[in-house]
Design a protein around this ligand. Structure first.
Ligand SMILES: [Zn+2]
Length: 376
């Protein structure tokens, strides 16, 4: 039954609600290594009690509503600055980060980033390293590199600059010497290289239908998905001591098997879940046991994160509601055995009911350790 769904999504859609619930039950018919007993996992009632960390958000507005909701829900925020043209400038993102950090030194943390402007000037690396040193003094816990490296920034010859380009070497060396982690978002979800009808989650299908310019399936002249992953892996081989967090499940969101191999190849690497819960839940519908075992086996390597983004001008109450809904929904999926429905995935999903000890790591201890946070 599971194989049938894997081969033909239209059959999946036509199964209907009852059959999908049955399917979830079938895919769970193994005997798990960690027994799912009620007392072993948290419930919705425990949600606010546990101190948690969202390890990948974007607080781009100095409005306090994000921080206020985080306090209510017992979350520490790690806001990641990013060289993204649709966001406020990097300087503005840093300014907002410092303002919010001043409001709460513990509950708000941030990662800096650097610009690719002037990349070809001979003092570019020096300027970047000076800014990283300043960011460390200001309290930055990591540095982020975004997918513009690999997907949009070009050298003088017109070739895309990949993350394993030698120009980054002194920067990564400097970070390693300062024990500062690198957060890397390379590539896109694998769906980006697939035709719309083969994409696994609704949000990717809708996004790439609306933005054909970013849909790599339509642009074979760009590097392939595999090229992007290879460049990232080559950079990690060159920098074995660099602490690395692969943003968005290290862009291996489509397969827990692939991510497991990535973890095995890179013992210092971790991955955040930001904006990829749908991809995980899609796999969970096909084989809940396998996804649950993956989280248990790699309980020290996965960081809870959402990618929630607070841009200037949002209505504070509407934003708080969005934040609360997302955090509640993810808690239900990871911590409880309740069933839920999400817009990204068709059908009904049964929560993973991960053991409390695993949830404590994914939601807090892994981020505390990896980013050296002195949070509660
Ligand atoms: Zn992000």
């Amino acid at each position: 039954m599971v194989q049938l769904v894997k081969r033909n999504k239209t059959i999946h859609v036509s199964l209907g609600l009852a059959a999908i619930i049955l399917l979830a039950a079938c895919s769970d018919a193994h005997s798990p290594s960690a027994p799912e007993q009620q007392s072993d996992h948290y419930t919705m009632l425990d949600y606010a009690k546990l101190a948690k960390i969202d390890a990948h958000v974007h607080a781009n507005s100095s409005d306090r509503s994000f921080l206020e909701q985080a306090k209510l829900d017992n979350f520490t925020l790690l806001s990641i600055n990013v060289d993204y043209p649709d966001f406020p400038s990097i300087a503005e993102q840093r300014k907002v980060a410092l303002q919010l950090k001043q409001l709460d030194e513990e509950q708000f943390q941030f990662a800096s980033t650097f610009s690719m402007d002037n990349w070809q000037h001979e003092n570019w690396q020096e300027t970047v390293i000076e800014d990283i040193d300043l960011a460390i003094k200001q309290g930055a816990k990591a540095v982020k590199v975004w997918k513009n490296i690999g997907m949009s920034h070009r050298d003088a010859k017109g070739d895309l600059v990949m993350i394993d380009h030698p120009s980054f070497a002194p920067i990564f060396e400097h970070m390693k010497n300062n024990n500062l982690p690198l957060v890397g978002h390379q590539g896109e979800p694998k769906n980006c290289w697939l035709p719309l009808e083969e994409m696994t989650v609704n949000n990717d299908r809708q996004y790439f239908a609306a933005h054909p310019e970013y849909h790599m399936y339509l642009h074979p002249e760009f590097p392939s998905y595999e090229d992007q992953m290879q460049a990232r892996d080559t950079m990690l081989v060159k920098n074995p001591q660099l602490r690395f967090m692969g943003a968005h499940m290290a862009s291996l969101e489509w397969s827990v098997d692939e991510l497991a191999e990535f973890f095995e190849r890179n013992p210092l690497a971790v991955a955040d879940m930001a904006a990829r819960s749908g991809q995980i839940q899609y796999q969970s519908v096909l084989d809940r046991y396998k996804v649950r075992e993956f989280f248990i086996k790699y309980q020290d390597r996965i960081l809870y994160a959402t990618d929630l983004t607070h841009n200037p001008g949002r209505d504070p109450e509407a934003f708080k509601q969005e934040v609360r809904n997302k955090w509640h929904q993810d808690w239900k999926y990871l911590s409880t055995s309740e069933v839920l429905q999400v817009p990204e995935v068709d059908g009904v999903i049964k929560g993973l009911a991960l053991p409390k000890s695993v949830i404590n790591k994914i939601y807090r201890r892994n981020a505390q350790r990896f980013f050296d946070l002195t949070t509660h």
